[in-house]
Design a protein around this ligand. Structure first.
Ligand code: 5RP
Length: 237
């Protein structure tokens, strides 16, 4: 058996839901072309009645629309039923290093993804072998969400810590990508190796930065879907 890219994403998305989600849970739902398969699996299991009493928190307008289409009950992190904590989140990633530090935000949803992941009892990350990296920030830039008036001050500060930032430009609209939170994104490559947990903190110390796409120390379980139809599980512990 040799699955194509889409089938691998479907496989690993389904696998994570089957492994991690149980009736009665508060579930965070990630964003992207892999996470959407977890959303669809959850929708299917709810429709079939195999799962019940699920409340979901979406990490982007894309995921929110998918949930609405599938009838998945949505809440936000501030709703009393959620009360700022969720049981589990399932999300994709752009890069995963050997310590299971992540780069996320390729879909521009890093702020909400991080709020939800850091408020989750368990984080399941669904990937394929193309996401596994020796180190972060070389092949895939680190996205940084920035308030628009701070674009150039933040750019200069990121350059001072070794980054090469570029404004993420929109497609089929002139100008910069505007996030679900009304901010812009700087995509930052790092030609030299860096310490991910330290860099996550340093970037967030820059005034005007709202959040960055390095996710360190969340101890995720990482599922790696393979063309063979297998799913490898990686944990830090
Ligand atoms: C969106 C993300 C996504 O999880 C990440 O970009 C991976 O997306 P895909 O599964 O489409 O490759 O962080 O902000």
């Amino acid at each position: 058996m040799s699955l194509d890219t889409t089938a691998v994403k479907e496989l690993v998305g389904q696998h994570a839901v089957d492994e991690l989600v149980r009736s009665g849970m508060k579930v965070g739902l990630g964003t992207g072309s892999t996470a959407v398969w977890a959303v669809r699996r959850l929708g299917r299991l709810l429709q079939e009645g195999s799962l019940r009493d699920i409340l979901a928190v979406a990490t982007s307008s894309q995921t929110e629309m998918e949930c609405q289409k599938l009838g998945i009950p949505l809440r936000n992190m501030n709703d009393p039923e959620i009360d700022g904590r969720i049981d589990v989140v399932i999300d994709g990633a752009d890069e995963v290093d050997p310590q299971l530090n992540l780069t996320k935000g390729g879909g521009g949803a890093l702020l909400r993804e991080k709020v939800v992941a850091y408020a989750a009892g368990r984080v399941g990350i669904i990937t394929d072998p193309s996401k596994i990296a020796d180190r972060l920030g070389l092949n895939f830039p680190v996205p940084v969400e920035v308030v628009p008036m701070a674009r150039l001050p933040v750019t200069r500060s990121l350059e001072a810590i070794g980054g090469k930032p570029e404004v993420r430009m929109a497609q089929r609209k002139m100008g910069a990508v505007i996030t679900d939170n009304g901010n812009i994104l700087l995509d930052v490559t790092f030609p030299e190796p860096f310490d991910p947990p330290l860099m996550e903190r340093r970037i967030n110390e820059i005034p005007g930065v709202v959040e960055n796409g390095l996710f360190c120390g969340i101890e995720p379980v990482v599922y790696v879907g393979k063309e063979s139809g297998e799913v490898e599980t990686r944990t830090a512990r």
